[in-house]
Write a protein that binds this ligand. Structure first.
Ligand SMILES: [Zn+2]
Ligand SMILES: [Zn+2]
Length: 149
């Protein structure tokens, strides 16, 4: 069993409650992936997740990770970072929110913003072009404050 930090524990607990409410199956392997992501304070690829999972479950195979990630995405527990082909746990799961991600290309850290004005502006600009947006996450790449020091 991996050591749990308080906050990872709390996040897992909240997610468990939500899954009970929604009557969806939060299987042990899904919870394991969730915890790994809760403890990993940066974006992570499916490949790296598999490597970490295999330290705990040597028989884990790629489909195991992909299925778990699909579930976590479906339930809104994680965000997919399209431009980096990676994933990040969202501590704000359970509530629908606009999402803008600042992605550090040095440490992989992610700052999640929830600015509704950016969201609405993007929507109205898209409307002007008759464009129907399906995924609204804005992804910006750069260097975080810690890495700039
Ligand atoms: Zn989020
Ligand atoms: Zn950084």
């Amino acid at each position: 069993m991996i050591p749990m930090t308080d906050s990872a524990n709390n996040l897992l607990y909240r997610a468990q409650q939500l899954c009970v409410t929604r009557a969806v199956r939060f299987t042990p392997i899904r919870q394991q992936i969730f915890l790994l992501m809760a403890q990993h304070n940066a974006m992570i690829s499916a490949y790296d997740l598999l490597a970490q999972l295999q330290l705990l479950e040597p028989n884990a195979k790629p489909p195991t990770v992909y299925r778990a990630l699909d579930f976590l995405l479906e339930e809104g527990f994680i965000h997919k970072i399209e431009s980096s082909n990676a994933f990040i746990l969202c501590p704000h799961f359970g509530e629908k929110h606009p999402s803008q991600l600042l992605l550090c290309k040095s440490c992989g850290g992610v700052i999640e913003l929830h600015n509704t004005e950016i969201e609405e502006l993007l929507q109205s600009l898209a409307d002007e072009h008759g464009f129907a947006i399906t995924t609204k996450t804005v992804e910006a790449h750069g260097i975080c404050a810690d890495c700039r020091e």
